[in-house]
Design a protein around this ligand. Structure first.
Ligand code: NAI
Ligand code: MG
Length: 357
């Protein structure tokens, strides 16, 4: 079975880390006999915008919908194109039209990476944040009245649907079931937000009935953020609404060190549309063109992509290779952000080698 992957490198260091992502995927495909076929697209970048006046061609949906996954680098080059145009014109279109209602981020402290949290070592932090990616607080229901007068009023409503809440909870419970600890934490604020958040809590209780082997707890978002910092070892799978998930999915990876290594996935679990895999970082204009960007975020995103396509063992092997190279700690191989003096290519090649042997 051939898996067709659409490659969109985007801007800045996106174009530098992408070749290393592909190198690692090719090494993995060879070792595990996976048939991957890559097709490269130039759109979804600011250069494309400058030439065509838009981030994507009109028929992008038709062009991409048949792919098994999208592998993205990073988009944005604020000196050329305002960020709201580049982001809304590309990534956010994919998330919406391809109904990628799960945003998934692993938060795992890797060997050789210094956590900003004192005294934490690899193994202490290893959890996932599952964010609802399509509704909730990020709604377009609301409006403004009496603008510019003393009576000025602005309202924006949270939208939670049973379908929307249940499907993200189901995904999170299923994920917890694949993990040794089998633990799920729900982010809430039902003491203050007295309609939607109690509803969220009710749906968690309802969903939990179908997963008796999963230990479930919940925290209000304020103390939950504190506990991410104070007790990151408490967590296994953490699920939150769009806004709470957004906050937690930046805080979680931040607790595990550098932005250069964090991966993410935007998933349509049913596979009605392709899911999208990308590093958490952006195009990093400050270091672009120097060949020193850390490619691990891109490579790890590739591992998530293989797992999504059904190759868990292959994805795990990629993560193990990343861990191996990081723990060897060879300064000539590692990039500067993780204490070395190597290049994007030296680190990428070392990981590809570690995958192959
Ligand atoms: P950024 O993530 O590009 O950079 C933040 C800082 O982290 C910079 O100092 C950068 O050098 C460093 N950094 C990032 N990735 C690194 C890597 N792989 N290795 C070593 N160092 C790395 O965020 P920033 O500067 O706020 O945004 C720059 C552009 O990227 C903007 O246009 C923004 O809109 C876009 N962006 C795109 C995202 C995406 O494609 N999903 C996500 C975040 C930002
Ligand atoms: Mg965010």
């Amino acid at each position: 079975m051939t898996h067709r992957i659409a490659i969109i490198a985007g801007d800045g260091i996106g174009t530098e880390v992408m070749p290393e992502g592909i190198r690692a995927l090719e090494a993995t495909a060879k070792r595990f006999n996976i048939d991957l076929e890559f097709a490269t697209f130039e759109f979804g970048s600011c250069d494309y915008y400058l030439e065509h006046g838009k981030m994507l061609p009109d028929d992008w949906f038709e062009q991409l919908k048949g792919f098994d996954a999208l592998f993205y680098g990073a988009v944005g080059w604020p000196d050329k194109v305002p960020d709201h145009i580049s982001l809304w014109g590309s990534l956010l279109q994919f998330r919406r039209r391809f109904d990628q209602y799960i945003n998934l981020r692993p938060c795992k402290l890797m060997p050789g990476i210094k956590s900003p949290l004192a005294g934490r070592k690899p193994g202490d932090i290893d959890f996932y944040v599952v964010r609802e990616n399509t509704e909730g607080e990020y709604s377009s229901v609301g409006g403004k009245m009496f603008e510019g007068t003393d009576r000025e009023v602005v309202i924006q409503d949270t939208v939670m649907t049973r379908t929307g809440v249940d499907r993200v909870l189901k995904y999170a419970f299923e994920l917890a079931q694949t993990r040794p600890r089998k633990k799920l934490t729900s982010a809430t604020k039902s003491n203050g937000i007295s309609i939607t958040m109690p509803y969220w809590d009710e749906r968690v209780v309802e969903m939990a009935k179908g997963y008796p082997e999963i230990a479930v707890d919940k925290f209000h978002i304020d103390i939950l953020t504190a506990n991410f910092v104070l007790h990151p070892d408490w967590f296994d799978v953490v699920v939150g609404s769009n806004l709470f998930g957004d906050i937690l999915s930046d805080l979680g990876p931040a607790c595990t060190g550098t932005i250069g290594i964090a991966p993410s996935a935007n998933i349509n679990p049913e596979g009605n549309f392709p899911s999208l895999f990308e590093p958490v970082h952006g195009s990093a204009p400050d270091i672009a063109g120097k060949g020193i960007a850390n490619p691990i975020g891109q490579i790890w995103s590739g591992a998530m992509m293989l797992e999504h396509l059904g190759y868990k063992e292959a994805g795990d092997a990629m993560v193990t290779a990343i861990e191996e190279v990081l723990s060897e700690g060879d300064a000539t191989v590692l990039t500067r952000d993780v204490g070395g003096e190597g290049t994007t290519a030296s680190l990428g090649k070392a990981i590809a080698n570690a995958i192959s042997h």
